[in-house]
Design a protein around this ligand. Structure first.
Ligand code: BG6
Length: 477
């Protein structure tokens, strides 16, 4: 048996993609609440005010806010040992700038945490998952401003104190490195530059994104230190979007380009958060891209004092990198790449590469040698509800099975892997497209892209399959 005895099997979600109740009990609007629906081919729009008669998928989402007991009971039935969810910052601080936290928001997450603990499910909480308060966007242009560090710290003080003794694992920022790519500007940092009206074609000012990242690194490091001071049992992790990159050919130009792209997009943020310092390769990148970052006197010391305890990442796909701009491209998780002729892709063009997960786990572990967790993985697919209510998602079972097999290989290779939380364990709103049609769950939710649906929950075929995977600690696939 290769997975640890107490391996954390579970599932992952994010507040803005499944809670709904976007303006209930004092909650303020987040950046995601300002995004309309979209599709694989039509970008979501970002609106500055809430438009009447426009559909905003996050506003109701799948209504976890009112159904968390039912949903957590289903997770428990599958045998979850861990449940990854995020706290919506705007439930606790509606504009991000209030002095005191909103009690109703704190209470809601306390109830969710207690419900998990009732079933011995370990909560794994993402502090910021693509839901920067829109108030912070309006006043500060998101993380581009240094003031946001203090606002984030107020939020951390409130939640670290409140959930002390109940929670062990925290992640400071979801896919922090998504801000090395243009689409991450709004999504992960709340940066909304003048002229931006849609999500795919944002008016991009790279200098702001990288300055924003610096602020997020400082905030993350301070949060690690604060958490350890508040509760010595707290373990704080980083979370990266890992878009594994292969050279398209053995042409040395492809090899070097792959190394350079992968450093900036995949490794840079992890290097800072795990090692507590900027990697030297970024100096050249900043210089060649005319990016100058303001770093204050104490900042480098703060980074050193706030190294994360564990490393987590999302893994859905891999891409190829070519020095030849004419090579055919494929889409993917925030960024695209060159098509790999050896791989199949999902209906959204994300290339399916289980062996890439083994490769990636090994690459990352070789670099840092700290405990790791795969906190997102899965297949976004069109599911069909049969007339008898069954959903036969064999393709999802196949995808997950092949990825779990490769995780097992990585563990055999020596990687210290302690958990796995497939994405969207219950169907939820897609982050990139705003669709419900792109489903990941073991649990089907009756909700559709036009906003219709009675929100009822149904177990898919993969539900019982995953239950048996957990029961057998990954033996029965
Ligand atoms: C990750 C995000 O990028 O991928 C999630 O952390 C997101 O929020 C997931 O939902 C899958 O992407 P999508 O676009 O299919 O929802």
């Amino acid at each position: 048996m290769s997975f640890k005895k107490d391996f954390l099997w579970g599932g992952a979600t994010a507040a803005n993609q499944f809670e709904g109740a976007w303006n209930v009990d004092g909650k303020g609007p987040s950046c995601s609440d300002m995004c309309t629906g979209g599709s694989h081919t039509v970008s979501k729009r970002i609106t500055q005010t809430i438009e009447e008669n426009t559909f905003y998928p996050s506003h109701e989402a799948i209504d976890f806010y009112h159904r968390y007991k039912e949903d957590i009971a289903l997770f428990a039935e599958m045998g979850f040992k861990v449940f990854r969810f995020s706290i919506a910052w705007t439930r606790i601080f509606p504009t991000g700038m209030e002095k005191a936290p909103n009690e109703a928001g704190l209470k809601f997450y306390e109830d969710v945490i207690d419900e998990c603990l009732k079933y011995n499910i370990e909560p794994l909480i993402t502090i910021s998952h693509y839901e920067v308060p829109f108030g912070i966007t309006e006043k500060y242009n998101g993380w581009a401003s240094r003031e946001v560090i203090d606002l984030y710290m107020n939020y951390c003080v409130a939640i670290f104190n409140r959930y002390k003794g109940k929670v062990k694992y925290w992640l400071t920022f979801n896919e922090i490195n998504s801000a090395t790519m243009p689409m991450g500007g709004y999504l992960s940092q709340g940066i909304l530059n003048e002229g931006t009206t849609d999500f795919i074609n944002q008016v991009d000012i790279p200098k702001l994104r990288f300055q924003g990242l610096h602020h997020q690194f400082i905030a993350s490091a301070k949060a690690v230190k604060l958490a350890h001071e508040i509760d010595s049992n707290y373990k704080i992790g980083c979370m990266q979007l890992f878009a594994t990159m292969y050279p398209y050919t053995c042409n040395p130009d492809d090899i070097v380009k792959t190394q350079q792209d992968s450093r900036v997009m995949n490794y840079f943020c992890g290097d800072v958060q795990v090692r507590g310092e900027y990697p030297t390769y970024m100096n050249r990148y900043f210089k060649e891209n005319n990016i100058e970052i303001k770093i204050e006197d104490k900042d480098l010391e703060i980074l050193k004092e706030g190294c994360v305890d564990f490393y987590t990442f999302s893994y859905y796909m891999s891409i190829c990198v070519s020095s030849d701009p004419k090579e055919a491209s494929t889409s993917g998780n925030i960024l695209g790449g060159v098509k790999n002729p050896y791989l199949k892709a999902s209906d959204w063009g994300w290339q399916i590469d289980p062996k890439g997960l083994r490769y990636t786990l090994n690459e990352i572990y070789d670099r840092y040698q700290i405990p790791m967790m795969v906190v997102e993985n899965g297949l976004g697919a069109y599911d069909k509800k049969e007339s008898d209510g069954s959903i036969n998602d064999d393709y999802r079972i196949e995808y997950l099975k092949e990825h779990i097999e490769q995780m097992e290989e990585a563990v055999e290779d020596g990687v210290d892997l302690f958990g796995y939380t497939p994405w969207g364990c219950i169907d939820l709103v897609s982050a990139s497209t705003g669709e419900m049609a792109k489903r990941y769950g073991f649990i089907y939710v009756d909700k559709y892209d036009d906003g219709s649906g009675d929100l009822s929950r149904l177990k898919k075929k993969s539900f019982n399959w995953y239950k048996q995977v957990i029961e057998s600690n990954g033996e029965k696939l």
